[in-house]
Design a protein around this ligand. Structure first.
Ligand code: HEM
Ligand code: HEM
Length: 181
C-alpha cells in the first residue's frame, strides 16, 4: 500500500490544485494546506470523504471518482511538498493559544494539544495530523465541526470530546497560535 507521487500530480494539476495549491499550500484560508501532511492522514481523510464519514459538499464530488490507488498517490504527492512558513497575526491571541496548546485548560479538562499533535505541531504519524502553519480560519471551522458533531470521522471521537470543552474564545486563540507554528 504505497503511493506514487508522480501519478498523483496530474490529478492535482487538473482538480485539487485549484483549491489546495499546486504545491499543497493553499492561498485561501478556507482551504486547508496539505503540504507536508502525513500521507496516512491524507489517505484516511480522502477515504472518509468518499465513504461519507466526513461530510463536506465541496470535497464530496472531488473524491467520488478516485480509486483506492489514486488516493494513495495523492497522499504521497501532497505529503512530499514543502510547507510554507507562516506567521500568526494577533499576538494576544497567540499567547493565550500557546497556553492551551502546551498545557490545555486544567480547569475545564482540556488536554494539551501538544500531547497528540506534537510540541511543534508536526503531528505524530500515523494517527495524529500535522497542524503547524494551518490557516486559523480552517482550524477554527474544524474545531466547530467537531464540537457540533458535523465532523464525526474521528474514530475514537477524541476531537469531539475535546472541542466540547473549549470555549469559542479558546478555539480562536488556539487556532491563531497553530497558524504560526
Ligand atoms: C479538505 C484533498 C480537491 C476544497 C481536504 C482534505 C484533503 C483534501 C486531504 C482534508 C484536509 C485535512 O483534514 O487537513 C483534496 C484532493 C483533491 C481536492 C486530493 C483533488 C482530488 C478540492 C477542491 C476543492 C477542495 C477542487 C475546492 C473546490 C476543500 C475544502 C476542504 C477540503 C473546502 C475542507 C473540508 C471540511 O471542512 O471538512 N481536501 N482536495 N478540495 N478540500 Fe480538498
Ligand atoms: C484532528 C486540533 C488535541 C487527536 C485535529 C484537527 C484539529 C485539531 C484542528 C483537524 C486537523 C485537520 O483537519 O487538518 C486540536 C486542538 C487540540 C487538540 C486545538 C487541543 C485543544 C488533541 C488531542 C488528541 C487529538 C489531545 C489526542 C488525544 C486528534 C486526532 C485527529 C485530530 C486523532 C484526527 C481525526 C481524524 O482522523 O479525522 N485536531 N487537537 N487532538 N486530533 Fe486534535
Amino acid at each position: 500500500e504505497t503511493g506514487d507521487a508522480a501519478k498523483g500530480q496530474p490529478i492535482v494539476d487538473k482538480v485539487c490544485g485549484a483549491c489546495h495549491g499546486a504545491d499543497g499550500n493553499s492561498t485561501s484560508p478556507i482551504y486547508p494546506n496539505l503540504a507536508g501532511q502525513h500521507p496516512e492522514y491524507i489517505n484516511k481523510q480522502l477515504n472518509d470523504f468518499k465513504a461519507g464519514l466526513r461530510k463536506n459538499a465541496t470535497m464530496a464530488p472531488n473524491v467520488a471518482n478516485l480509486t483506492t490507488q489514486d488516493m494513495l498517490n495523492l497522499a504521497a504527492y501532497f505529503s512530499a511538498q514543502q510547507p510554507k512558513v507562516r506567521m500568526a497575526k494577533d499576538a494576544a491571541l497567540v499567547a493565550e493559544g500557546q497556553k492551551i496548546y502546551k498545557g490545555g485548560n486544567p480547569g475545564s479538562g482540556v488536554p494539551a494539544c501538544a500531547s497528540c499533535h506534537g510540541p511543534t505541531g508536526a503531528g505524530i504519524p500515523v494517527q495524529f495530523p500535522r497542524l503547524a502553519g494551518q490557516h486559523s480560519k480552517y482550524v477554527l471551522s474544524q474545531l466547530k465541526n467537531f464540537r457540533s458533531g458535523d465532523r464525526a470521522n474521528d474514530g475514537g471521537k477524541m476531537m469531539q470530546v475535546i472541542a466540547r470543552k473549549l470555549t469559542d474564545h479558546e478555539m480562536q486563540a488556539v487556532a491563531e497560535y497553530i497558524s504560526g507554528l
